[in-house]
Ligand binder design. Structure first.
Ligand code: DD3
Length: 318
């Protein structure tokens, strides 16, 4: 069992067998990876130990993301004992080695988007980033028309809410149509260690696109997510509320309201000040002023190739 930072044991981290459930017996899924032909590297990062690749599966465009996973405390002794060791160099008290870990301790987390749209491909290309400041009026005149005209598919979100996908991954559900939500691991998290814990709460209501739509009417929803989400994570993973960063993105990557729960010690993508809004701050702002998020200016980063940036440029706002 994994020891967490509190010295407690992460009792309910899924076993490999549980994590792998449902991954077998589907040759069509295996072939998404084995039939993948690389066209070009979109991005790679030595520090994050990942690579984003554009390519084709049969005739379809696809994006494949490969990522080395963190070293797990619960398999450490097995790793040290059962790996082949090759000395690289020795100098004074210093020496370096290459460990050949046994196959089951040497997995690579793999995400496939297939068929991938142009937008999926662009999302991972490295781009210059600009900070824009959006007033309430900018939102209504520029951003809202822009996002309404885009075809951001949230089919995968509806699949989760309707139990057509990932039903076995749900950690907690409150089925109430107004204040209810589904809590499940974000698929960036492989659930094998708590360091990079990452869950998302997806609300059942389908009429809230983002932070901009929130008013005091949504306070019961937001408070419900905060308290029941924290409780569920405490129960399931023995991680206490004070170890969690609970926040919303603006702009979100999909326009169906969802809340991020990450480990406070994990520098999750999108947790920086220009994108993340702490749920507790959001709740307090709405308590003070119901139309806070309709009126105030919100700053957020936009990539150079984002169509919304062009709208802000045309309007002379960047
Ligand atoms: C997404 C943001 C979206 C590419 C990629 C990810 N968690 C998801 C589908 C199912 C999921 C997520 C869009 C898409 Cl790599 C395009 O994320 C998802 N399921 N973040 C979970 N659990």
């Amino acid at each position: 069992m994994a020891e967490n930072e509190n010295g407690g044991s992460a009792k309910r981290l899924k076993t490999d067998a549980e994590n792998d459930r449902g991954d077998t017996g589907e040759p069509s899924c295996d072939s998404l990876v084995s039939d993948f032909e690389v066209s070009r590297i979109l991005r790679d990062c030595a520090r994050e130990k990942n690579i984003f690749i554009h390519g084709k599966v049969k005739d379809q465009d696809a994006v494949v993301i490969l990522e080395k996973t963190p070293i797990r405390q619960d398999t450490l002794s097995e790793l040290l004992k059962s790996s082949q060791v090759k000395l690289e160099m020795k100098n004074d008290v210093y020496s370096t080695y290459q460990l050949r870990a046994p196959a089951h301790l040497n997995e690579i987390k793999t995400t496939v988007v297939c068929p991938a749209t142009e937008k999926h491909v662009k999302k991972y290309l490295h781009q210059e980033v600009f900070l824009v400041e959006e007033s309430g009026e900018d939102y209504r005149k520029l951003t809202l028309p822009y996002i309404s005209g885009q075809s951001f598919s949230v089919q995968w979100v509806h699949n989760i809410l309707e139990k057509k996908a990932e039903a076995d991954r749900i950690v907690f559900e409150d089925p109430d149509p107004d204040t209810g939500f589904v809590l499940l691991p974000d698929f960036k998290w492989d659930q094998k260690q708590l360091q990079d814990l990452y869950l998302i709460a997806i609300v059942h209501r389908r009429d809230v696109k983002s932070l901009r739509d929130l008013t005091s009417e949504h306070l019961p929803l937001l408070k419900n997510i905060r308290s029941k989400g924290q409780d569920a994570i405490q129960r399931q993973y023995s991680v206490s509320p004070s170890k969690l960063r609970v926040y919303l993105h603006y702009q979100p990557s999909y326009y169906h309201l969802h809340i991020h729960f990450t480990s406070v010690e994990y520098d999750a993508p999108g947790c920086r000040v220009e994108r993340a809004h702490l749920l507790s701050d959001v709740i307090q702002n709405l308590q003070a002023d119901s139309s806070y998020y309709q009126n105030r200016s919100l700053a957020f980063p936009l990539r150079a190739d984002d169509g919304l940036l062009l709208k802000f440029k045309e309007a002379g706002k960047v």
